[in-house]
Design a protein around this ligand. Sequence first.
Ligand SMILES: CC(C)(COP(=O)(O)OP(=O)(O)OC[C@H]1O[C@@H](n2cnc3c(N)ncnc32)[C@H](O)[C@@H]1OP(=O)(O)O)[C@@H](O)C(=O)NCCC(=O)NCCS
Length: 170
Amino acid sequence: MEWIIEPLDKTHDRAAFSCEELGLTRFLQGQALEDPQRLLGGVYAACESGSKHVCGYYAISSYLIARSIMPKEVKQHPSMPRYESSPVFLLGRLARSIEWKGKGLGEFLLVSALTRASLHAESLGCTAVVVDTISEPARNFYHRYGFMDIPDDKDRLYMTMLAIRASLRL
Ligand SMILES: CC(C)(COP(=O)(O)OP(=O)(O)OC[C@H]1O[C@@H](n2cnc3c(N)ncnc32)[C@H](O)[C@@H]1OP(=O)(O)O)[C@@H](O)C(=O)NCCC(=O)NCCS
C-alpha cells in the first residue's frame, strides 16, 4: 500500500473517516483544521497516493515534561539534562480509519510522527516523544514500539529521542 503524509488542509476529504474512538473521529471532522491555524500544533493526514481521502492522521505539538515525573531509568541516564523540565513533542492524537485496520497504517503514521520529531530535535529541542493513550489497546500498541510508562501518569507514555533514533536506525 502506498500512503503519503501531508499537512491536513481543506482540500482533504475528512467526512468518511471513522475510527474506534469517537473523540478522535470528531476531532478530525471538527477542529483539526483550526489547531494549526491557531499555532497549537501540526495535524498530518495519510492518504493513498493521488487521493485526498484521509485514511489516517496524527496531531503533534511541542510540550515540556517535568524531570520529577520522568521514569527513574530515564532520569538517571547520563545523556538526560539536569534541568527541571525538558522539551519534548507530544503526539496527542493518532488514528486510522476502520477500513484500514491491521494493514500497517497505524505503524506508518507512528513512524512518520517519530521521524518528524527526530528531524526537528536539534533545531527545536526534543529529548523525547510523549504519547497520549486513551484506551488499553492504544497503550498496548505504543508499548509494542518501546514506549515506557510514566510513573503517576497512566494516560501518557514516553520514549527518549535516543531510543527513537536507535529503533528507527536514524
Ligand atoms: C492503534 C491503531 C492506530 C493501530 O492501527 P492499525 O493500522 O490497526 O495497526 P497496524 O496494522 O499498523 O499494526 C502494526 C502492528 O501493531 C500491532 N497492533 C495493532 N494494534 C495493536 C494493539 N492495540 N495492541 C498491540 N499491538 C497492536 C499489529 O498486530 C501489528 O503488528 P505485526 O506487524 O506484528 O502484525 C488503531 O487501532 C487506531 O487508530 N485506533 C483508534 C485510535 C487510537 O486508539 N489511537 C491511539 C491513541 S491516540
